[in-house]
Design a protein around this ligand. Structure first.
Ligand code: NAG
Ligand code: CU
Length: 235
């Protein structure tokens, strides 16, 4: 039998653990409706256990979050014009926005490509729904993941595909936004002759002072939300 006090402590502790476990990673891709095994097509991130976010937008880990694991993955083939999903290990537990960037492997091999330089373009974003200051809603909040169409005109070849979910619940001070990041490896087939852009470097794309990153989402209720990063390339 537990004395009441230890029981209360246990309940408190398990609530705390539940909160910690409720952070998230993005270990799977969804290709042709099939979900890949965790960390098979996505490079295993440093936080695969802790699920802790990146908060320094200038750090090397802001790109693929693999400085400790040094992980690469197997590259999965995806047809241009088809839907690619990126899923979390549970649900996206925090309110915030998300972006997906891609970079073509300039060495022709996604499994060894580092993603250095201004090679990244945005292919997808999910922001906020605002109504002039009465409410703000985050469509990615509590979602399992996200999905988007690989533009049909994207040139065939191997790419890194990087998701960032920007948790904004404590983003009202500098470096308070929490980035949940991972990079998958895909081989795009049947593509076209599009010219993706604008191209940015990651890290480098953000300073941390953007109005969509340094923001109090609770009060006053934002009247608009400015999605950080370049415009989405739609092919
Ligand atoms: C990528 O797709 C091309 C065309 O189908 C194929 O020849 C190549 O082996 C694939 N590469 C990888 C790494 O899957
Ligand atoms: Cu969290």
């Amino acid at each position: 039998m537990f004395p009441t006090k230890s029981l209360a402590l246990l309940v408190g502790l398990s609530t705390l653990l539940a909160q910690v476990n409720a952070h998230y990673t993005f270990p799977t891709l969804v290709v042709n409706g099939q979900t890949t095994a965790a960390w098979s097509a996505v490079r295993k991130t440093n936080n695969f256990n802790s699920r802790a976010p990146v908060t320094d937008v200038k750090s090397a880990d802001f790109r693929c979050y693999t400085s400790e694991t040094r992980a690469t993955a197997s590259t999965v083939t995806v047809a241009a014009g088809s839907t690619l999903g990126i899923n979390s290990d549970g649900t996206i537990y925090h309110p915030g926005s998300l972006n997906v960037y891609m970079a073509k492997a300039t060495n022709g091999d996604a499994s060894t490509f580092t993603g250095d330089g201004a090679v990244w373009f945005k292919v997808h974003e999910v922001g906020a729904v605002t109504d002039g200051g009465t409410s703000i809603n985050w469509p990615s909040y509590n979602a399992v993941g996200t999905s988007f169409t690989i533009p049909k005109s994207l040139p065939s070849g191997q790419y890194l595909v990087r998701i960032e979910h920007i948790a904004l619940h404590s983003a009202s001070s500098f470096a308070g936004a929490q980035f949940y990041i991972s990079c998958g490896q895909i081989n795009v087939t049947g593509g076209g002759s599009g010219n993706p852009g604008p191209l940015v470097s990651i890290p480098g794309v953000y300073t941390g002072n953007e109005p969509g990153i340094l923001i109090n989402i609770y009060w006053p209720i934002p009247t608009t939300y400015v999605q950080p990063g370049p415009a989405v390339w739609r092919g």
